[in-house]
Design a protein around this ligand. Structure first.
Ligand SMILES: NC(=O)c1ccc[n+]([C@@H]2O[C@H](COP(=O)([O-])OP(=O)(O)OC[C@H]3O[C@@H](n4cnc5c(N)ncnc54)[C@H](OP(=O)(O)O)[C@@H]3O)[C@@H](O)[C@H]2O)c1
Length: 277
């Protein structure tokens, strides 16, 4: 038992300065879902934010809402993250507007839900471009700027499938493992430059992507979509789906000064769904 005179540590989360004010945070694929929540979470921390997605009106609407709500500087450009040239031009524009890129969150849509024999070679090619090569494109562009500042954060947004394969998501299960190999390699190679590289894997999180997966699951199994959602929630010890904000806040923490000795890791935000140790 502590005596009354013993020193006590009083934890008050509002005293935790994340040290992100005025950092430049680029969040790929960010007009909705987890990407959008992440862009907003960085804006709330006082970052200057760069966003992209393919659908231009939806992107600009999201950017404008974040700008207004957080009085933030937001740069938005419509592009496809599988287009290496477009990614290169985007990063150059962000550097032109904000003077550099301090934080880069790579993201894209998910691959279709399929089993192995149902997946065509085109599906594999597309999944590689969408969920692996897009990460390479961003990393190649932003690392030289981070090296110059001797400070940088790259956070790949992937999936729980990087730790635990999910049925009928063979494209995600296989391709995202390559992202983890890349993350660990970049962490090893660029740690000396002050660049920290980590991977965040969401579990089942309430976004449009999840509705798409529930629809695919429903037509494959004959179960109602509602039943599928309930099954996912029941599989997590926290007995609910995740919120995009919960993934976003983990990403922001990993990018912050409060996570300055963490690199090469995968952090799952899955309500405990991963069954391993
Ligand atoms: N939600 C979950 O439960 C969950 C679980 C594990 C992993 N994940 C993964 O996490 C990532 C984000 O998921 P989410 O649920 O936030 O998805 P979402 O709600 O479907 O949002 C996807 C975002 O990415 C953009 N996007 C998609 N393809 C793009 C491309 N080729 N180029 C540029 N932007 C693109 C979309 O805008 P445009 O369509 O306008 O381009 C949209 O802004 C996905 O890879 C998903 O597979 C999600």
């Amino acid at each position: 038992m502590l005596g009354d005179s013993a020193p006590r540590t009083i934890y008050n989360p509002s005293f935790m300065d994340l040290g992100l004010r005025n950092r430049v945070a680029l969040v790929a694929a960010s007009s909705q879902g987890i990407g959008r929540a992440t862009a907003e979470a960085f804006a709330a921390e006082g970052c200057r934010v760069a966003m992209c997605a393919r659908n231009e009106p939806a992107l600009h609407e999201a950017a404008e809402k974040i700008r207004k709500k957080h009085n933030a500087e937001v740069f938005a450009r419509a592009l496809d993250v599988t287009d290496a040239g477009a990614v290169s031009r985007f990063v150059a524009e962000v550097v032109g507007a904000f003077g550099g890129v301090d934080i880069c969150v790579t993201n894209a849509g998910g691959p279709p839900a399929k089993g192995f024999l149902a997946s065509s070679l085109e599906d594999w090619q597309r999944a590689l471009e969408l969920n692996f090569l897009s990460t390479v494109y961003f990393a190649r562009e932003v690392i030289p700027y981070m090296q110059r500042k001797r400070w940088g954060r790259i956070i790949t947004l992937t999936s729980i499938t990087t730790k635990q394969p999910v049925a009928d998501l063979v494209l995600s299960n296989a391709v995202r493992a390559a992202v983890v190999g890349l993350v660990k390699s970049l962490a090893n190679e660029f740690g000396k430059d002050g660049i920290l590289v980590n991977n965040v894997g969401p579990g089942f999180t309430a976004t449009d992507r999840l509705k798409e997966l529930a629809k695919a699951g429903s037509s494959a199994s004959g179960k109602k979509e509602q039943e599928i959602f309930e099954g996912w929630a029941a599989d997590a010890p926290l007995k609910r789906l995740g919120e995009p904000r919960e993934v976003a806040e983990t990403i922001v923490w990993l990018a912050s000064e409060r996570a300055s000795y963490i690199t090469g890791q995968t952090v799952l935000v899955d309500g405990g769904m991963y069954k391993g140790l």
